[in-house]
Design a protein around this ligand. Structure first.
Ligand code: PCA
Length: 324
């Protein structure tokens, strides 16, 4: 009897071991809060892969920078510390200007234009990611970017000396052009930075303004609609290549669905975020003519600078975008 029990136990353990060898778990670090639409969309993507593979590839999201801080996610995936992750692409424009294609001020300011620009750019961006040991899975734009401040701003002169939270090279460059003082801060630290006076202004979407309850520190949102930056999800190339073909296909199909659904959600939520800012006492307004013209001037300067930095590939993307 004892021998039979031992035999059965051994058999059961062998079954578990065989199952474990086939089933895989992928942890997916994400930088933004669990309730943010990107994170919710990422969780749906993860479920799509987990369910679609019958649990053979389980993807588990870790929002809020819980596993890796935003700025460390890309490197973690490149080096295989995480098999997949989501990151604001333009935060890495300092590695390659093509990552900043979505943050050129006033080049693509609507969802329609954002899609066109991405159409023109995505193959080249995927190539750069590939050269960094990354496989592009999907991306979703944030709502249009506006200017958060705590006073009336009628012209760029009103911004002089203001402490400005930057999240990528483009936002840092705007600060420089406007005579503001840039400080690089992750969204996860934004509320605290505003509360403690480390920053008094920033450019971002209504989504991040609501996530960070910015009305506790700031008073105005100027809806300048400067650009729609993207969060991209990418996998470690070695981890992806190790999947069987059907699972690779599933990841890409779930990714395509996440891109479409996430983009639709982003657009659908845009007006509601601005309403929430206003309901919490903020002045939500379009920029006045002077501010608008001066910011458009920054856009021209920065478009030129980007094309110069991104070289032939950059010029080809802009030409293809404008030809559409
Ligand atoms: N929210 C992100 C990037 C763009 C956005 O709308 C942030 O502020 O970090």
């Amino acid at each position: 009897m004892r021998r039979l029990t031992t035999l059965l136990a051994t058999a059961a353990m062998a079954t578990v071991a065989a199952g474990a060898a086939h089933a895989q778990k992928w942890d997916m670090p994400m930088a933004y809060p669990a309730t943010n639409f990107h994170s919710e969309n990422g969780a749906t993507f993860a479920k799509c892969v987990t369910d679609g593979s019958g649990g053979a590839l389980e993807i588990v999201t870790h929002p809020g920078g819980a596993l890796f801080a935003g700025n460390d996610i890309k490197r973690a995936v490149q080096t295989g510390q995480a098999p997949i992750g989501e990151r604001l692409l333009s935060a890495h424009a300092n590695e390659n200007p093509l990552f900043g294609v979505d943050s050129i001020p006033f080049l693509a300011t609507s969802y329609e234009d954002s899609a066109k620009l991405w159409d023109a750019a995505q193959d080249k961006v995927k190539d750069v990611l590939d050269s960094q040991n990354l496989v592009y899975v999907y991306s979703v734009p944030w709502p249009p970017q506006g200017l958060y401040v705590k006073k009336d701003v009628n012209s760029v002169a009103d911004l002089e000396g203001v402490k400005f939270r930057a999240y990528n090279a483009a936002t840092a460059r705007i600060a420089e052009l406007a005579g503001m003082v840039p400080v690089q801060i992750e969204a996860a630290e934004l509320s605290q930075a505003l509360a403690t006076g480390v920053a008094d202004s920033f450019i971002s979407s209504g989504s991040t303004g609501v996530d960070s309850k910015v009305w506790e520190s700031l008073t105005h949102f100027y809806n300048v609609q400067a650009w729609l930056p993207r969060n991209a999800v990418f996998a470690n190339k070695d981890a992806f290549d190790a999947l069987d073909e059907d699972t690779q296909k599933l990841v890409m199909e779930c990714g395509a669905k996440a891109a479409a659904d996430g983009t639709a959600k982003s657009e659908e939520l845009t007006a509601g975020y601005l309403k929430t800012l206003a309901e919490n006492g903020m002045t939500v307004a379009p920029p006045g003519d002077e501010l608008k013209e001066e910011l458009a001037g920054f856009g021209e300067t920065m478009t030129g600078e980007w094309i110069e930095a991104a070289g032939e590939n950059g010029k080809a993307i802009i030409d293809a975008y404008k030809a559409q």
